[in-house]
Design a protein around this ligand. Structure first.
Ligand SMILES: C[S@@+](CC[C@H](N)C(=O)[O-])C[C@H]1O[C@@H](n2cnc3c(N)ncnc32)[C@H](O)[C@@H]1O
Length: 417
């Protein structure tokens, strides 16, 4: 198995970024189209269904297209306009996905740090370079947002006044990961100054209204959109969405969490930053007013470090290591450091290359300081590979790891009662 295949198994969530660039291109963003070509991705819709759509449905499906493009177009373009409005900031785009933002900002002479999982960055670097050439101010960095060291490495020591932009990220995290990400960004902003702007909750709360308005409240089309979208979301990434307090319907709980993590919250109305015209609405001009109306309720959440907050102490910085051997049918492995999207493929590689029949597994995690869902996914794959599930043993589980296992429900499989 090559690196990319291992990464896909460990954290398939990076695939969600493909449809975003496809949709931005479909909405007419020319930089996105250039990037799509450079990345070698097909246009949106080309892979929607393996079976040809029946003729009578074809016209209906075409009417759904604006509902797909509008969510991505508005999110991406409104953030672009906000960034352009704040001329002095250095942009840390987390996650940058395959968006064309770096290409756009290169024309404005802005500093841009595109940050995403290694699988995305490996493809983005040559693709963007083929369009704008080598650039010192537009750079891309492989990170895992739950891993502070990877974020710190992305930024020069002397960078000041960051604008961290987040679109389409927080929904993939369970609570323990969310807390890591919040304390990492808090630490970054304490060090470099600036603020963090997020769109994820606004779309969680109002995406269905945007879609309904785009489809002129046509009930058949809206229902069709919901059915197709739920199916696609479930197959793209095998993670639960919106599974943390950030997406609790009770806003007071979210605000309390944000305060607890040491941030002040400031809201910015997204309607003021919408593109004009909204390209996705070209075929349905009657919808424009209703759509803009929904955006009056949608807010960018801007977070800044609250005064008097101390940063969470960083985990003891043990580098990741997995030391394994297969002896008498037992795969023993001792894990040290953080097991996340960046490091977990190494454990999977060792497990797959163990070179013999594996009848039992022993994982020593006494020196593992943190495990993200990517790490848990690998442990689960190992567990599932055993014929006799009682032959999986994990030892040295510290309190932090135990808490992660318990809150994600993985303790049921991985810990012996
Ligand atoms: C829905 S896409 C959005 C990307 C981009 N903002 C856009 O609008 O096209 C989600 C992105 O989050 C990235 N991602 C998921 N988990 C991550 C993590 N732990 N650290 C950094 N990026 C992550 C994925 O690789 C993917 O590119």
């Amino acid at each position: 198995m090559n690196n990319q295949e291992l990464r896909e198994l460990v954290n398939p969530v990076f695939n969600t970024a493909k449809s975003c660039v496809q949709l931005n291109a479909a909405a007419g963003d020319q930089d996105a189209q250039r990037l799509l070509d450079a990345l070698g991705f097909p246009p949106f819709g080309a892979q929607m269904s393996k079976k040809p759509v029946p003729k009578e449905l074809h016209e209906q499906v075409k009417k759904l297209f604006p509902a797909y493009t509008i969510l991505i177009e508005t999110r991406f373009q409104a953030m672009n306009r906000l960034i352009e409005h704040r001329k002095d900031r250095q942009i840390v785009d987390l996650p940058c996905g395959y968006t064309s933002r770096g290409i756009r900002l290169s024309r404005q002479g802005r500093a841009y740090y595109g940050c995403d999982l290694p699988a995305v960055i490996d493809a983005m670097v040559p693709a963007v370079e083929s369009i704008i050439g080598k650039s010192e101010s537009i750079t891309y960095h492989a990170v895992d947002a739950t891993n502070y060291g990877s974020l710190e490495n992305a930024l020069p020591e002397n960078s000041r006044n960051l604008l961290v932009t987040t679109e389409g990220l927080l929904m993939y995290f369970v609570q323990s990961e969310l807390e890591e990400v919040f304390s990492n960004i808090h630490r970054l902003l304490q060090k470099h100054g600036g603020s963090w702007v997020i769109t994820d909750r606004a779309y969680f709360l109002h995406d269905k209204e945007v879609v309904a308005a785009t489809l002129n409240n046509n009930p058949t089309l809206t229902a069709m959109y919901a059915a197709v979208t739920n199916r696609a979301a479930a197959t793209t990434a095998d993670v639960k969405f919106n599974d943390s307090v950030f997406f609790d319907p009770d806003e007071e709980k979210v605000r309390e969490f944000i305060r607890k993590m040491g941030f002040d919250l400031h809201e910015i109305c997204m309607a003021d930053y919408l593109p004009d015209p909204i390209a996705s609405l070209k075929g349905t001009p009657g919808a424009e007013l209703a759509v803009r109306d929904v955006f009056q309720k949608m807010m960018f959440w801007e977070l800044t470090v609250a005064e008097d907050t101390a940063a969470k102490p960083v985990d003891i910085n043990l580098p990741f290591q997995a030391v394994s051997e297969l002896k008498g049918g037992v795969f023993h492995v001792s894990i040290q450091g953080r097991m996340d999207t960046i490091t977990a493929p190494e454990l999977l590689r060792q497990f797959q290359n163990a070179g013999g029949e594996i009848k039992a597994i022993h994982v020593d995690v006494s020196r593992m300081v943190y495990v993200s869902s990517a790490g848990l996914r690998v442990l689960l794959m190992m567990y599932k590979s055993l014929e006799n599930k009682d032959c999986f043993e994990m030892t040295g589980v510290n309190n932090e790891v135990r808490e992660i296992l318990e809150t994600t429900g993985f303790d049921e499989f991985l810990l012996k009662k």
